[in-house]
Design a protein around this ligand. Sequence first.
Ligand code: CTP
Ligand code: CA
Length: 233
Amino acid sequence: RGGGADDLDLDGLQVAISAGGTREPLDPVRFLGNRSSGRQGVALALAAADRGAQVVLVAANIDDGVLAEAVQHPLIRIEHAGTAAELGEAMRGAAEDAAVIVMAAAVADYRPAEVAEGKLTKESGVLESIDLVQNEDIVAALAARRHPGQVVVAFAAETPQDADELLARARRKRERKGVDLLVVNEVGWDRGFEAAENTVQIIGDGGAVLAKASGSKRAVADDIWDVIAANLG
Ligand code: CTP
Ligand code: CA
């Protein structure tokens, strides 16, 4: 970016961002979840708001400590969502007035087909397996019904064999979801989700690699907003 960190190049831009990871209940005390901390999504919200954007941040199960700075920000409004269904509903609402939709949340692909009223116990029978049903693909649905000019950004965390497979998967995923931009990073047992640093590639039209970014999640967030800003009509 040309100016300093204090220039308001996103002034007045309305954005909807999801962050964190959904939890799909099995019974009152158990859920199926994932390891997303929400840090990259929160960093995207802070970066946008510091550049003047008006942000709705839909937060799925993010620790208070991770959310603290966003809670204080005058240009960020936080909505909480627990499950994929709740996150979908909140994002559909936030998307109505948004010029940019950023789906940084890790959405559970499946949810238990049945949620037990009371805690599952061994007294009531040994659990052999859990029947699952697929959750709606929220970002694909948002992309399919986006208004003219609305920019939709998806994220993907992949565990590829090599760099070629990472890009190939990212390109297929971008096409399948019908989104404008797909931000992909590599994750593994010991890196990605809880780390402070991140390395991403941003895939655009025709599968082109528009940018690579690496560093703190905040620095990566600012680089992602540079690419989004360049894609605004
Ligand atoms: N996503 C979504 N709704 C879902 C699943 C994923 O909106 N039910 C979004 C995520 O928020 C992310 C993007 O889709 O922006 C990619 O998520 P990912 O899990 O990589 O995509 P999937 O289609 O679920 O592919 P995979 O089988 O690799 O998990
Ligand atoms: Ca998935």
